[in-house]
Ligand binder design. Sequence first.
Ligand SMILES: Nc1ncnc2c1ncn2[C@@H]1O[C@H](COP(=O)(O)OP(=O)(O)OP(=O)(O)O)[C@@H](O)[C@H]1O
Ligand SMILES: [Mg+2]
Length: 467
Amino acid sequence: MKRRLLIVDDDREATRLLANQLAGSQLIEICGEAATVDEAWAKLQQSRPDLVLLGGVKETERGVLCQQFRLAFPHLSFIAACSANELVWEPFFRNLGIWVIAKPVQSGQVEALAMMAQSPGLDARIPAQPPQHFPKEQQGGMIDPQDQFAEPSPAFNGQTKAGIKHLITVYGPKGGVGKTFISRELAIFFSTQKKEGRPLKVLAVDFNLDLGTFATTLNLPRTPNLFTWVQDLDSQLHAFAQKRGLDPYAVRQKEWQELASVLPLSPQQIEKYVVEHTESGLGVLTSPRDIRQSFEIRDYHLYLILETLKQSSYDVILIDTAPDTTDATIQALFFAEHVVMVGTPVVDSIENIQRLLKLLREAEYPEERIQVCMNRLQRKEMFTLEEIRAYFQLHPSKRIFSIPDDGEVKKSINTGVPVMMQAGRSAAREAIVTLGKALFPVDEETKKPAIKGKQSEKPSLLRWLWG
Ligand SMILES: Nc1ncnc2c1ncn2[C@@H]1O[C@H](COP(=O)(O)OP(=O)(O)OP(=O)(O)O)[C@@H](O)[C@H]1O
Ligand SMILES: [Mg+2]
């Protein structure tokens, strides 16, 4: 049976060209064309399509449109046709469960996607799975949103599954602004806290896959690490493929993704891959030892790791990221309940945060999840926090967190002793505590950490200044 396609595009010429190309198709029947949102709604009701191709409608965003359509017609599959410069939205469309293809649209691409949506390859052999967020796999101009997910990921749409943990991603679109420092301090802070009388179980994850240094900043060994987990996942996927009568050496990348989406997760196994920071009790999932190992980590590995972490027994999970927009980082942003967006009060860092905020806003990323944190503030800065807030167009109720520039930080990184565990004065510590409490309220009474260094009762002038 032919799949019924509705084309929504205000470029009537592009619609006509595609309609001509698909005129003789054995697989697709065009059941409607719409150039406005109102027309699209009318056609959805009248012609009951299976598939909607979203070209572009000036009056709205495609992500919003897709969500609205889906609410009324949950069975629909969506394809976004993007021009070369719109392809930057591809990860966000994928997170909304929208296929992405490049313009000019080729009828063969639409036919192939229609077929995949109808009979998704392995699905006949693999039991059905609830829709899921999934990373990209680009194949010759067609970008696969990981077919199974017809709904936005739970992480994206704010729904919470039972047992979901507090996942906080520390990100900043510029290198060296203090992401690792802040992740480490927040992780140590939470490890020394209690919630409802119970000590928190905390995990820090180094998602800076190639050049991560989180372990170094706590004087921890790098084995086991994330790659150890990836190797185990590969063994499990191989066995899983074999059980389904597939030859693991003939399985293609896309099929691995499909297999990964139904692989049973083992949250109880996580601790095998975690190194413990004994002084605080913090668990650390470190990045691989060797840069080359990071090249072998695929998007579906990261997806499996993040999904497993969400089902783990950790109360708080901190993810340190790289200053990039790779899939590892984008997935860490979309899986998180909170994002700490770190920058320094310098134009290049501010500019990049603004660009990232714009990107996330356009993708309808829930902005309430983002906490902006300006690090390394000095007493006199060229830009005030108010000016920075105005530049970012933050909601007036939104607070910008700040962490002062503190001479102790460098020493604490060099020695591997977090400022959170030092007894001496540190201007940065209170600022981190304030940020931590805003992210995840904890009990007033804390767990006793193994404090290092000398105790000091002397009030700190800097702490007072920055408090
Ligand atoms: N509040 C601070 N006060 C003083 N120095 C700081 C502060 N925060 C960070 N630094 C300094 O900045 C350096 C870089 O910090 P860090 O490694 O955390 O940045 P990053 O954003 O994780 O970098 P990358 O992008 O390379 O991962 C640290 O080694 C430390 O010396
Ligand atoms: Mg770092």
